[in-house]
Design a binder for this molecule. Structure first.
Ligand SMILES: [Zn+2]
Length: 573
């Protein structure tokens, strides 16, 4: 594990050697808005600026998207764990550097089951050159911030594996290692961005600022000729004169030797002659714009119609089921018929009396519906394996032609829709707010897509619910690795509405997989090919610098001091 030195500080030898900057790999991105020219063709994740710096106006004030709650250091160290997990080369800058991750299928290798048609062109990425500097609150100048100039610095991009081929600026070099003058990356606008208040290495409050240059479509990365057996990388070194080359950037490229499949059985529930209309392309889109990002292959292994109209004719159980959900339980507000999600005490009490047992307040109509539908299907179709079996690998997607809604949002004519629902069995080591999920009511491999999803994004709903079935929870829920503010990310496990019921900028574009979610999917048993117990925590990263070590010791010490203080307070107060 090489420990890389930072570029020299001002007053040292910077005039002859390499200036202070970092190289960042990005897919098309603008803060807080969906990109026009990226549609999930490959998997890519990095720490967005707005996640950790207060750059967006959220709830009337500038805030971070990740809930940082006064402990930025903890969040940053958790992010480092995620982004430096399972790699054998790290670069370590004194300033913050979060690497990006790329997930692409290998192409041109025989017998490899992958997504050759979509990653044949590889991934075309932007390159940003960052000059970050800290300025003390007193206005004292701390680090260099002069514009970069063409001083003969050369950037070398070098892949760690022969199967990774790099091209710059559309030149199709397809080489393992490429050199390109820095001047080619800084001949565009120099932009400025205030990142907000931060702490320097001596714990003084400072302003973090950034100058940056952005070069669109600057680098193309392809994996061809063979697969990657472990996580690989491209490291960027800056060279000038006879100085020691300096590491200025890195991107990790995920192993793609084993490709997992997600086996799907699609079931059209037919009631009153109706089924949910779907586009013909939905299978291709889910495979090539969503689940390919996690290097998994979405595969419909069977399609069928569960014809409740036909079965009702001779089967009273089916008839009763249809009568319950498409007649008795339906509400009618004059214009529309819908199932109302149970949300108030009176309803629960009524339901408990009706069913002669205490109804769990968490058992919403959708949870009850999905369980009954799944069990009915199991009995009528006599599927061999139990839905609760860990060995059963298929995931069952039911399309049910019924609307499920919460009561209208108070004082508005807005509905709150339930577009889909997944039966989700959480591992006990995920912390949920009490009563939010109740595992005995849920099994882990069925999804229902409801009627309103047709209007509001069937594809996004499908992917989202399947995400639950694969073991993922919402990005904004407590118990997640990070809590993101609802409606401020393009993550497929986010919601299209924010807390205040306004629309997310990413509505209809919730399609992005985060690295931690990909890691979690790999550690679940619901993808074909692996069967592992669900347990996912990132190990501690080894410390690489003496400063970090000292910092940690001090933090530990101050933690201990706090405890001693508290004990003393307890004893003496
Ligand atoms: Zn959900």
């Amino acid at each position: 594990m090489p420990n890389i030195k930072s570029s020299p500080k001002i007053g040292q030898s910077s005039s002859n050697c390499v200036r202070n900057f970092t190289v960042q790999f990005r897919r098309p991105y603008e803060i807080g808005i969906p990109p026009d020219n990226y549609n999930g063709e490959y998997g890519f994740d990095w720490v967005r600026d707005e996640y950790i710096y207060p750059l967006l106006s959220i709830g009337g004030k500038k805030d971070t998207v990740i809930d940082i709650l006064g402990t930025p250091r903890f969040v940053h160290s958790e992010l480092y764990k995620v982004f430096y997990h399972d790699v054998n080369t790290r670069i370590n800058f004194p300033s913050r550097y979060f690497p990006s991750w790329l997930y692409i299928f290998a192409t041109d290798c025989k017998g490899i089951y992958g997504s050759e048609e979509i990653n044949k062109q590889g991934a075309c990425l932007d390159i940003e050159i960052h000059q970050e500097y800290l300025e003390s609150i007193k206005g004292e100048y701390i680090e260099e911030k002069e514009a970069l100039t063409d001083n003969g610095t050369v950037l070398q991009f070098e892949a760690s594996n022969d199967n990774i081929k790099i091209s710059t600026f559309d030149n199709n070099q397809n080489a393992k290692s490429i050199e390109e003058p820095l001047s080619n990356f800084i001949n565009s606008n120099r932009n400025f961005m205030k990142l907000g208040l931060d702490y320097d290495e001596h714990n003084n409050l400072v302003e973090r600022n950034r100058y940056f240059y952005k070069k669109k479509s600057a680098i193309k990365i392809i994996c061809s000729g063979g697969t990657l057996k472990k996580n690989e990388h491209i490291i960027v070194k800056a060279k000038r004169n006879n100085c020691e080359p300096v590491d200025v950037g890195i991107i990790y490229i995920a192993r793609n030797e084993t490709i997992y499949t997600i086996n799907i059985v699609e079931i059209d529930v037919k009631v009153n002659g109706k089924i949910i209309p779907k586009s013909k392309n939905h299978e291709i889109e889910l495979r090539n714009k969503f689940f390919n990002q996690a290097l998994t292959v979405f595969k419909v292994v069977k399609k069928e119609v569960f014809d409740l109209d036909l079965l009702s004719v001779s089967d009273t159980e089916v008839k009763d089921f249809v009568d319950k959900w498409w007649n008795k339980r339906l509400k009618n507000d004059g214009k529309e018929k819908y199932l109302e999600v149970v949300s108030n005490k009176e309803e629960l009490l009524k339901l408990s009396i009706e069913r002669k047992k205490t109804v769990d307040p968490t058992e919403f109509a959708n949870a009850e519906f999905i369980r009954e539908l799944k069990e009915l299907y199991w009995r009528k179709k006599k599927v061999g394996l139990s839905p609760y079996s860990e060995i059963e690998r298929n995931t069952y997607i039911f399309f049910a032609p019924v609307s499920v809604r919460n009561a209208r949002v108070k004082d508005t004519d807005k509905w709150s829709y339930v577009l889909g629902s997944a039966s989700f069995k959480a591992h006990s080591n995920i912390l949920y707010s009490e009563g939010e999920y109740s595992s005995d009511q849920e099994f882990s491999n069925a999804v229902v897509i409801f009627k309103d999803s047709v209007e509001f994004g069937l594809l996004e709903t499908y992917a989202h619910e399947l995400g639950h079935a694969l073991g993922l929870t919402h990005t904004f829920e407590s118990g997640e690795m990070f809590i993101y503010k609802r409606g401020y990310t393009d993550n497929f496990m986010d919601y299209p509405q924010r807390e205040d019921n306004t629309d997310s900028k990413f509505i209809d574009r919730l399609s992005i997989f985060s690295k931690y979610q990909i890691d979690m999917i790999y550690n679940r048993s619901r993808v074909g090919g692996i069967l592992l117990p669900w347990k996912w925590t990132y190990p501690e990263l080894p410390l690489t610098t003496s400063e970090e070590k000292k910092e940690k010791e001090e933090e530990e010490k101050s933690g201990l001091d706090k405890i001693i203080d508290e004990i003393e307070k307890f004893i003496f107060d």
